[in-house]
Write a protein that binds this ligand. Structure first.
Ligand SMILES: [Fe+2]
Ligand SMILES: [Fe+2]
Length: 263
């Protein structure tokens, strides 16, 4: 078998090119009057959800130990994901909300992983797409300007992460010794994510479920839910492209599985 060209150099260079700097954010424009307790609590929840990256990175390094290319890229991913709670906590800190080491450790608690490597990669493609859309909405609707700026940067990071996980999933499928099993695993994950959302434990979903009330959160969550349908459609198309089948919605997945288009 020929060894595929590594993706890491290209993805890492791109990551460096587009990286935003903490100190370049418009901290001088921070407007405490525009951040009510509800918004502060919500951002604290989001920062908490981001902390699972620690557990996830450990699992990635363990489960993909023999994939030198992917595990190198995980170092970039881990670094960038660590900046997300860091910048959100910095924003909170400037507004008088402090967290301690216990908060940081507790947040590392959950990270669902699957036995299937392809399933894990596809889970991350979808969760990064959903996260990107959530942050985009936070950026578009945050009443506080610096939070809006931060959210847009994170949204772009998450979108790029989705593309990178996709590249690795595609490469894995192209070189797979069992492509039919991998394609099936990819479709199962897609189906589970959107049809049985409550059962797929993932920080982004946990964030979705955690906050249901309050004026700021209510408005934002309404928008997030609206956009969720669009993210769902885009994720279906993207994973459809990955496995080479037209998928417009989760029902199509069952049809493909039933028709035997996936072994
Ligand atoms: Fe993140
Ligand atoms: Fe991400």
């Amino acid at each position: 078998m020929t060894i595929p060209e590594p993706l890491f150099p290209r993805l890492a260079e791109k990551a460096e090119r587009v990286r935003w700097k903490m100190e370049d954010l418009s901290w001088g424009k921070l407007d405490a009057a525009k951040a009510d307790p509800e918004l502060l609590a919500m951002v604290k929840d989001i920062a908490f959800s981001e902390l699972t990256t620690y557990t996830a990175s450990q699992r990635f390094l363990k489960d993909f130990w023999d994939d030198a290319d992917f595990t190198q890229w995980i170092s970039v991913w881990f670094y960038e994901e660590t900046r997300h709670p860091q910048v959100l906590l910095k924003w909170l800190g400037r507004l008088g909300v402090e967290v301690d080491g216990k908060f940081l450790l507790k947040g590392r608690g959950t990270a669902a992983f699957m036995k299937s490597r392809m399933g894990t990669l596809v889970t991350n493609v979808i969760s990064e797409m959903v996260a990107s859309s959530n942050y985009f909405n936070l950026g578009a609707h945050s009443p506080e300007p610096v939070l809006a700026e931060i959210a847009m940067h994170i949204s772009n990071d998450e979108a790029r992460h989705a593309s990178s996980f996709y590249s690795y999933a595609k490469r894995m499928l192209e070189n797979s010794a069992q492509p039919e099993v991998d394609r099936r695993d990819a479709l199962k994950v897609l189906y589970m994510w959107f049809q049985e959302n409550d059962r797929v434990k993932h920080p982004v979903n946990e964030f979705h479920g955690r906050r249901q009330s309050g004026p700021e959160a209510g408005l934002l969550l309404g928008k997030i839910q609206q956009d969720y349908a669009e993210v769902k459609r885009r994720a279906c198309r993207r994973i459809g492209n990955l496995v080479g089948l037209p998928i417009a919605n989760p029902e199509d997945i069952l049809r493909h599985l039933r028709n035997g288009e996936v072994a």
